[in-house]
Design a protein around this ligand. Structure first.
Ligand SMILES: Cc1ncc(COP(=O)(O)O)c(C=O)c1O
Length: 430
């Protein structure tokens, strides 16, 4: 790791968690320079839903490059963009009877969130955005202001303003509906909470600890937004593109967001690509008003179209995500049951599942031991207390089972070791 330690900024993070040099990858398997293989339960934090180097998608990309297709084209009209737009409308929007205009912001998730927040403020003429406890929406200034974790916001060096945080579903306990609180403060001119331009919400908070909002809560949130004429912005960057079983994570909920952001697995191949979807009447941009050099990622248009055609023309991927997700949940619940003394619990939907270890140090130990044994995962939550499992949706049942077996053995090993240490420490201090 010497080159990285000497030459790369201190800001690097994943290479610290997984200190090896990766060389290649296929499907759900990563391989390092020494030829050591790792099962990937991280998938670029949900960016590789169809696996690393998906052969069918790669073939389309290679063919496009071979044909000297446009690679960079600002936001010019290109054949690749036209074909992507048509496929997205035909395969995703029309069958769901969704009516959205498509904006291509810069290629990262935070670019999409920035554009969405700016649009909401521009349309309504209001300054504030409502965001939620433990929410994560990116690290550029506008998005960062809606990201809850203080240590991340502090890095801005200036106050991150224009956002009011409200407790997410479950934050105040299972019996308290925090949308009632939101309704109350928006109804009362004495509450001190300004009428916002929009509410930005994740249906499942990924980085925040795999916190799953109930369908009732999300429906109630939509009602509150409608009642107060506030835009509903769903950030589907991490759990969209099939992670929960449907293309958008809110499809089963039955809500109709005004603005949607998607990115991560949208390109289907790990290429940077993001979209803002807005109801047609909200498309109040003036030409060039939100600009950027990299708004036409043509290679991503090609791979995204391929992914839509291969995986979203029928229900087979959705069905398999639901089945594998249930299997993951069952296996994690068994692990949690085995360690009920430590207070472990499980939450998730589809193929995003979290094992809450209650203790960030313990979760970190599990993560590092897993890496040493060929399994890559990440922690989530304010204290890093949740092990977040995000295997590729296309992972084989065999590899999924292998990864879950590894996780079970590692948790047992770490708990035994830390339990034994605690007994020694107690013995030493007695
Ligand atoms: C829900 C959500 N929104 C926004 C982002 C920011 O995306 P990016 O890291 O591509 O800027 C992320 C990244 O993890 C995310 O999970």
């Amino acid at each position: 790791m010497r080159t990285f330690n000497e030459l790369e900024s201190n800001v690097r993070s994943y290479s610290r968690l997984f200190p090896t040099v990766f060389k290649k990858a296929q499907g759900a398997i990563l391989e390092d320079r020494e030829g050591i293989k790792y099962i990937d339960f991280l998938s670029g934090v949900g960016t590789l839903n169809y696996g690393h180097n998906n052969p069918q998608i790669k073939e389309r990309l290679l063919r496009y490059l071979e044909s000297d297709g446009i690679v960079h084209g600002l936001d010019l009209a290109t054949v690749a963009k036209e074909e992507f737009l048509e496929a997205f409308a035909a395969i995703i929007l029309k069958p769901r009877q969704f009516n959205y205009k498509v904006q291509f912001p810069g290629p990262t998730g935070t670019n999409a969130v920035e554009a969405a927040l700016k649009l909401a403020r521009k349309i309504t003429g209001r300054e504030t955005i409502i965001a939620f406890s433990n929410g994560y929406h990116g690290v550029t200034l506008g998005s960062l202001a809606t990201t809850a974790k203080a240590s991340q916001r502090e890095a801005a060096g200036i106050p991150t303003t224009g956002v009011t945080f409200i407790p997410y579903d479950g934050y105040l306990g299972a019996d308290i509906d925090t949308t009632e609180y939101l309704d109350k403060v928006l109804s009362d001119v004495g509450s001190g909470v300004a009428l916002p331009a929009a509410v930005i919400v994740e249906t499942i908070q990924g980085a925040g600890g795999v916190n799953v909002a109930s369908f009732e809560w999300l429906r109630s949130l939509e009602k509150v937004c409608r009642k107060h004429n506030v835009l509903l912005l769903v950030d589907d960057i991490q759990v969209g593109c099939g992670r929960t079983g449907s293309f958008f994570s809110f499809e089963e909920v039955g809500i109709s967001p005004d603005i949607i952001t998607i990115s991560k697995s949208l390109s289907g191949f790990g290429l940077p690509f993001s979209l803002v979807l807005m109801k047609p009447e909200l498309d109040q941009w003036k030409p060039g008003q939100h600009s950027g050099t990299f708004r036409g990622p043509n290679l991503a248009f090609v791979t995204a179209k391929a992914a839509l055609e291969i995986y979203w023309q029928d229900d087979s991927l959705s069905a398999s995500v639901k089945q594998k997700g249930t299997r993951m949940q069952l296996r994690l619940e068994q692990i949690a049951k085995n360690h009920w003394q430590a207070g472990f619990s499980v939450r998730g939907r589809g193929m995003i599942q979290g094992l809450d270890c209650k203790d960030g140090n313990l979760a970190n130990k599990i993560l590092r031991t897993a890496f040493g044994n060929g399994l890559i995962m990440e922690t989530a939550g304010a204290r890093g207390q949740v092990i977040r499992c995000l295997p590729p949706l296309t992972v084989s049942e065999e590899t999924l089972e292998k990864g879950l077996n590894l996780l079970e053995n590692i948790v047992n090993e770490v708990i035994q070791e830390t339990g034994a240490k605690k007994i020694i420490e107690i013995g030493a201090s007695a």
